[in-house]
Design a protein around this ligand. Sequence first.
Ligand code: ADP
Ligand code: MG
Length: 304
Amino acid sequence: MSIVIQGVTKFFGEQKALDNVFFEVKTGEIVGFLGPNGAGKSTMMKIITGFIPASSGQVYVNGLEVGVDNLEVKKQIGYLPENNPLYPEMYVREYLGFVASIYKTGLPKKKQIDNIIELTGLAPEQKKKIGSLSKGYRQRVGLAQALILNPGVLILDEATAGLDPNQIVDIRNLIKEVGKEKTVMLSTHIMQEVEAICDRVIIIDKGVIVADEEKSKIYSLIKRPKQVIRVEFDKDTKESLLADIGNVSKVSLINNNLWLIEAEGDEDIRPAIFNFAVRNTLTVLSLQKQESNLEDVFRNLTNA
Ligand code: ADP
Ligand code: MG
């Protein structure tokens, strides 16, 4: 179950929402599709799921061309659209039965619905109207409808948006659990979501893919010094002296005696800073290495 995007461009009138996008999601991967608001994430997902056509380019889901084999493609994709549109007047079971019936799978419906209700933790709320459920449970209903046909591919557009922290953890765990057996693409503008769930990250900005990397390698894309150290001394010292420490590339005074020291190279600069302090009869009050995080990468690549 793979997704292949080949040169997809999408115009809305004059506006280009996607610009010659290429990427692949391989079988079993969980890929985070990250980008600021308006980057083109939802548009890409609507094109993958066959809900809107691309202006040009091709999309293949498990070898089937979207737009050509649309009904077959829709059977193989579970889609949770942004804002999770539901029917508030429908009961949970009734709604899931309705969704299952649309594509006429021929599977035993009751058992299928029971399984999904169990899997998504909807059992306690299954007899209620959708409109009376909490946002967290509504999101479970959205995931349940995406899973009802047991699709190989899941497309989840901002699945945790608007949830409280506990609900976010629950939904992320659920995605991780069901994602073990599926190919998953999830959009988000939250970096921690990618860190928590994904194997790979694709970053989009203004309709253009700006990064496509394994999660562990994404940090290497960042254009920033290798080491950033915050150090506080007990008294005044000179910037030019600090700048002379080996491998130091930049020194800035944050306030009073608190400095930000940037250094290149792989050798840890911290011992040299300690030695500097000793030589200059300074006491180190605090010393911290600042780690790069995904948020830095994101800002660096998208100017967000
Ligand atoms: P994201 O999901 O990353 O926030 P979208 O894919 O929703 O971004 O939007 C990408 C761009 O395309 C935005 O500038 C948005 O205004 C525009 N856009 C999206 N859908 C439509 C539409 N149906 N008609 C006109 N413009 C649209
Ligand atoms: Mg969106």
